[in-house]
Ligand binder design. Structure first.
Ligand SMILES: Cc1cc2nc3c(=O)[nH]c(=O)nc-3n(C[C@H](O)[C@H](O)[C@H](O)COP(=O)(O)OP(=O)(O)OC[C@H]3O[C@@H](n4cnc5c(N)ncnc54)[C@H](O)[C@@H]3O)c2cc1C
Length: 541
């Protein structure tokens, strides 16, 4: 590593990988990308089915826990966050979609010039190599392969038909003109069945680029601010502390939890809170760590009347065959998430935004590999997972200590606003009705969780609060906006300081109705043009 670069990017996640790629291009400059995790090589990272093995392993995840959640009876929630090249995209579920156009249009309506969907669509298209080929809605020669699920569940047609019977929209393309409804997901999986994280897409193909230096296992401790300008960072490599200088900009892309933590550790945040931790306030910016939010989710599980769930792949001989098939690059059941259908749509006719997100899982947490004569086969079970797409509840990221190696305090305040729990209850009832549609009569058996079914509104409330969790889409803790409570402006520049930007999920002012990886990569791409002074791509839809 040199002691000086044009740009220092902290965090090689969904946003950081795109930024490192774009800023080290010939019209950019020298870039140092600092990542606390390892290089995300190996089968567990590449095999989509193995994703769950990464979520709670400290080698691949930060393994954070929330504070006790008041709306959930004091339960603490696990907070899986990727810690590797690729960040959370190296461990995620590989589902690719963009959310609803209205998610972005409302950013523009809040005064954020150029953040409406029409202006952003060319950036989504620029990063994509979409299996549908290039057209007005999809990109053809971008870095990110977007493929169709190669082995859709045989149960999917029945769920799609049930949606039609209930008047729920069915979509064939979450990235097309009708992104709302129930359908089959697109995924970031290549033709050989390998996960393609942001690092696989944006870093590995350019690893010999001289302008780009990538350093793994390097933990940034704080930003160095000199007279209102970010001039470098201090980091830990092994047991040694070092400093490196940025000639042009420092870019914080450490994710919705670590980015506000790094600002706070560097004296950027609420002056009172910083003082309480014994940190000198360099810049009073009270919005840092506020507006933190994630989507509250619930679920129920039921027996499948047909032996067609993921269990059929879990008998030991079949499972070994699936692993061999995947190893040979032939795809198979290990080459995708075990999913039947997913969806997002409006249950409130007066709203523009989808409020319900759902996914039917072909397996549950009880699903296990089994061996005849040694372990029991288990039942054919399906899981219905659902979430409130646009919650009102807001939490916070604050410092537990001035020690940069101590985890921050993570408070979701999930279901603290009554509208969120009422919406979650509404979703439960609606989806129970959905699985009772005639098209599913030969598929959906008894409810196994919750059992017995909650009989009253109060019982349902208690049940949902006892199981609710998040969709692992934390956002908003360094909000982009115009007011005094915003942390960054419409170009992701930290308000009131020079040469410092935050570019990752933490700047999203509000949730999006879909899975966020696509939108976060788009954000990195869009802001890289701003940094390099390029004109915005022309909108074409
Ligand atoms: C279990 C799980 C499943 C998901 N499934 C999906 C899905 O199917 N589809 C989808 O679209 N989205 C999914 N998501 C969400 C999506 O992957 C994330 O929202 C997205 O990757 C976040 O991008 P980011 O750039 O904001 O942060 P991250 O990708 O989290 O990147 C932040 C990076 O910064 C590094 N870092 C943090 N602190 C420091 C420090 N002090 N020094 C150096 N480096 C640091 C981290 O190690 C990490 O690599 C999932 C997320 C999880 C956790």
């Amino acid at each position: 590593m040199n002691s000086e670069y044009d740009y220092i990017v902290i965090g090689a996640g969904s946003a950081g990988c795109v930024l490192a790629n774009r800023l080290s291009a010939p019209d950019g400059g020298s870039v140092l990308l600092l990542e606390a995790g390892g290089n995300s090589r190996g089968v567990r990272y590449r095999m989509p089915l193995a994703a769950t093995k990464l979520w709670f392993d400290p080698r691949s995840s930060w393994s954070f826990w929330s504070e006790p959640e008041p709306g959930l009876g004091g339960r603490r929630l696990p907070v899986p966050r990727g810690k590797a090249l690729g960040g959370s995209s190296a461990v995620n579920g590989t589902i690719y979609n963009r959310g609803s156009p209205h998610d972005f249009d409302r950013w523009r309506e809040a005064g954020l010039e150029g953040w409406d969907y029409r202006s952003l669509l060319p950036y989504f298209r620029r990063i994509e190599a979409h299996w549908r080929g290039p057209d007005l809605w999809h990109g053809g020669d971008g870095e990110v392969p977007v493929t169709a699920l190669r082995y859709p569940s045989p149960l999917a047609p029945a769920f799609l038909e049930a949606a039609r019977q209930m008047g729920i929209p069915v979509t064939e393309d979450f990235c097309g003109p009708q992104p709302e409804g129930i359908g089959l997901p697109d995924v970031n999986i290549d033709r050989r069945g390998r996960r393609v994280s942001a690092a696989d897409a944006f870093l590995r193909p350019i690893r010999s680029r001289r302008a780009l230096t990538i350093a793994c296992q390097v933990r940034v401790l704080r930003l160095i601010i000199d007279q209102g300008r970010a001039v470098g960072v201090e980091y830990l490599a092994g047991a040694e502390r070092h400093r490196v200088r940025a000639r042009r900009e420092v870019i914080v892309s450490a994710g919705a939890i670590a980015s506000p933590q790094l600002l706070l550790l560097s004296g950027i945040g609420s002056a009172d809170e910083l003082r309480a931790q014994g940190i000198a306030a360099i810049h009073h910016l009270p919005g840092v760590g506020r507006n933190f939010n994630d989507q509250p989710g619930g679920g129920f599980e039921f027996r499948s009347k047909q032996p067609a769930t993921f269990r059929r792949h879990l008998r030991i001989d079949r499972f070994v065959l699936a692993l061999a098939q995947w190893s040979l690059g032939l795809g198979g059941p290990a080459a995708g998430p075990p999913m039947v259908v997913m969806g997002a749509w409006r249950t409130d006719a007066h709203s523009r935004l989808p409020d319900l997100r759902m996914m039917v899982a072909a397996a549950t947490m009880q699903s296990k590999v089994w061996c005849p004569g040694i372990s029991a086969a288990g039942e054919h079970l399906l899981g219905m997972n659902f979430a409130v797409a646009h919650p009102e509840s807001r939490g916070s990221i604050t410092l537990a200590s001035a020690d940069p190696l101590t985890a921050p305090r993570i408070r979701y305040n999930l279901l603290s606003e009554s509208r969120d729990i009422e919406t979650l209850k509404k979703h439960f009832r609606l989806l129970r009705e959905f699985v009772r549609q005639p098209a599913l009569a030969a598929v959906v058996g008894d409810l196994t969780r919750p059992a017995p079914e909650p009989a009253s509104d109060r019982e349902l409330d208690t049940y949902l609060r006892s199981i609710a969790s998040t969709t692992a889409h934390p956002m908003g803790s360094c909000r982009m906006g115009l007011g005094d409570d915003a942390v960054v402006d419409g170009q992701c520049r930290v308000r009131g300081l020079d040469a410092l930007r935050v570019i990752d999920a933490s700047v999203f002012p509000t949730q999006i109705s879909g899975n966020p990886h696509a939108a976060i990569m788009m954000l990195g791409d869009r802001v890289s043009d701003m940094i390099l002074g390029r004109p915005p791509l022309a909108s074409n839809a």
